[in-house]
Every structure is written in C-alpha cells, then in structure tokens.
Write a protein that binds this ligand. Structure first.
Ligand code: ZN
Length: 149
C-alpha cells in the first residue's frame, strides 16, 4: 500500500481533530520510514526484482522488525507511550497516533504478497497479494484516498 495509507490519516483526523495531520502522515508510514534505513544497515532485506508483482519490483525478503504483526504492535505501543507521556500528554491523541502506526500493517496485509510475518521471520507470513493485480491495486488506493478526502 502506498498513498492508501494516507486515507487512514484523514479518517482518524475526523475522530480526533486535535491530532496533527502531519504527525498522522508520518505515523501511517512510520514502519516504512524505519524499514529503508534498516535495509541500509543490513537489519532487514529487500530484493529488487523486475516485475516481482504487477505493482512493485520489491521482493520484501526479511522484515520482522518493521512489518511483523508483533513488530507493528510494538511500534504502535511505543508511539502511544511517546505521545501519551512525552509529547502531547493526551490519551486520545496518543491513541489515534498509535492506531495510525498500526494501520500500516492492516493495509499492507491487503496488497503484499505473503511476506508479512506474525512475529519472527520463520513464523507464518501473511499477505493477500493484491499487488499481483495492478489495476485493482491502483483502484483500491485511489478509492481509499478519495473516499477519505
Ligand atoms: Zn510497509
């Protein structure tokens, strides 16, 4: 999922108007923001394979820290704690930011090939594979974003 993640920001903003849209934009992409430096540091791995799916050239080989279910819950909990006790100190805003962070995994689940581990790399990996259909992928991304707008 790419621009579709931003639909979550717009939806969450309607529930908690005090939440910064800029923060929500970063929150929904937070695990991807971590992923690419993790790849550069050799912590996680991606292979560039032309036409790996109709929508991407990415074989997401190893990403248990940023894109596992447990990892996503961890980053969401960390975001909650950071916003609850350090930044804004408002429970509702912290919860919305945490939901934004976790929403990334849910939306990625729809489009990724089965490469999203539940926890470790050897655990069950999930992904419904919508990226194998480019038209459906772009239609869903556009529908989510325009629907949220
Ligand atoms: Zn991602």
């Amino acid at each position: 999922m790419f621009v579709g993640h931003y639909a979550t920001c717009l939806a969450l903003k309607t529930f908690e108007k005090r939440a910064s849209l800029g923060v929500l934009f970063l929150a929904v992409q937070f695990v991807d923001i971590l992923f690419f430096p993790f790849v550069l540091l050799g912590i996680e791995r991606i292979n560039i394979i032309e036409n790996f799916t109709q929508s991407t050239h990415f074989e997401l080989e190893y990403m248990p820290y940023t894109h596992s279910l447990v990892g996503s819950l961890f980053w969401a909990a960390l975001a909650y704690a950071f916003f609850r006790w350090v930044v804004v100190k408002k429970r509702e805003i912290a919860l919305v930011v945490a939901l934004a962070v976790f929403s990334h995994w849910i939306l990625d689940l729809i489009v990724h090939t089965p490469d999203l581990p539940l926890w470790s790399d050897s655990s069950l990996k999930l992904g419904f594979g919508l990226w194998n259909n480019a038209i459906a992928t772009y239609a869903l991304e556009a529908a989510l974003l325009l629907g949220a707008l």
